[in-house]
Design a protein around this ligand. Structure first.
Ligand SMILES: CC(C)(COP(=O)(O)OP(=O)(O)OC[C@H]1O[C@@H](n2cnc3c(N)ncnc32)[C@H](O)[C@@H]1OP(=O)(O)O)[C@@H](O)C(=O)NCCC(=O)NCCS
Length: 217
């Protein structure tokens, strides 16, 4: 499915500067990742930091960053800052049964080539490989800001799930196999396009039962 001039691999230190540049473009309202932050992610969980590479140039053009968490330690509507320890991934729990998708983005000139899909397949592969229960994340809703004054977030998300509306990010995530848990407010602090709303999303690993402590007794 991935065009032949791209491949997905793990992040390397040589990618840090380019990732910061992409971040500046796709998140103009946020501070881009610094090389020190990316080195921290790499240090805590190297096998969870994926890059889509444009093979002819060797450049990183997309990323998917993950960490392992025990979601019982958090609330479903916690913010990105809380779930990622302010972006440090310092809360990564090597025994956490949930792979948390902290970020996925693709450089605009390489979007619509299936890179986010391939990056998500790679993270799903990690869930299967590490025998994890599930993958959780939160989808921005960049189509919502324009209608937020007239449409409740619940209705907007329901309409995207039903295919009655298209959201530039949530629609792509749904095609990539994620399902919606529920919309939450305040996940990101500087996301006017989404009116600071997001949809919590998950993918359950069909091959792995819930952890023992979740079993009903
Ligand atoms: C969301 C995002 C990561 C998607 O990246 P992407 O690589 O373009 O995603 P994909 O190519 O896998 O899928 C996007 C669309 O391209 C389509 N597509 C995939 N391969 C294609 C191909 N070869 N030719 C044409 N279209 C294709 C997909 O069907 C999908 O369609 P949809 O938008 O109607 O759902 C990207 O838009 C992005 O970086 N956005 C800004 C940052 C952001 O908000 N990230 C999400 C944080 S929650």
């Amino acid at each position: 499915m991935l065009p032949c001039d791209y491949r997905v691999r793990l992040m390397q230190p040589a990618d840090y500067a380019r990732i910061g540049e992409i971040c500046r473009v796709v998140y103009p309202h946020d501070t881009p990742y610094t090389p020190a932050e990316l080195a921290e992610h790499h240090a805590v969980f190297p096998q969870g930091q994926f890059v889509a590479e444009h093979v002819p140039t060797g450049e990183a053009v997309g990323v998917h960053f993950t960490l392992r968490l025990r979601m019982a330690d958090y609330h479903v509507d916690d913010s990105w800052d809380v779930l990622t320890a302010r972006g440090t991934f310092g809360d990564h729990d090597p025994n956490g049964p949930t792979l948390y998708g902290a970020d996925v983005f693709v450089s605009p000139e390489h979007q619509h080539h299936g890179l986010a899909h391939a990056l998500t397949d790679a993270t799903r592969g990690l869930v299967v490989e590490e025998l994890l229960w599930r993958m959780v994340g939160a989808s921005r809703l960049p189509g919502y800001g324009a209608v937020a004054g007239a449409v409740p977030a619940d209705d907007y998300v329901r309409a995207v799930m039903a295919g009655e509306r298209t959201d530039p990010v949530l629609s792509a995530h749904l095609k990539d196999g994620w399902s919606v848990v529920r919309p939450i407010h305040g996940y990101l602090q500087h996301d006017p396009e989404s009116a600071n709303w997001a949809a919590v999303i998950q993918w359950i690993n069909p091959a792995c039962p819930p952890p023992l402590e979740m079993a009903l007794r």
